[in-house]
Write a new protein. Sequence first.
Length: 175
Amino acid sequence: MSDEQKINPGHEPARNFLRVVGPLVLGIGGIFTIVGFGSFFAAFGGGGSPRYFWCCFVGMPLLFFGSMMTKFGFMGAIARYQAGEVAPVGKDTFNYIANETKGGVRTVAREIGIGLREATNQAQSNCSACGHSNDENAKFCDECGAAILKLCQTCGERNDSDAKFCDGCGSRFEG
């Protein structure tokens, strides 16, 4: 079973009709139009009044309808050709954009992570044992005496309150 039959098998007779009758009507319309304009321009050369100019009024609508019928008869083939030409270009464009923006996306994600860790670090002065709020520089909780852990702003690792470097990533603690 071909791809065209999978879409709608009832379209085949209509498509075949349009592919045969469309170019036929288009040709007849072209002949009428040529005869009508030929008669019109021949009248300028001293041949009298244009006798067959009325053919233009028959030929031009036939040209229009014949071209539309032909267009609709071959629309599927044209669309498949276009898709075959456009889809690879779209895929390549998407992949190019994705590859070229990786660094920017990483930078934004890293900065969001740092911002979230900083927000967590500001709330970190609360005691992890009892939840009491303590001074930012406190090493032990004012309420229960438990050691307050330092949160690394780079990797989020919890460290002893007297640590000078992070256990997780080795970043130096300020102050």
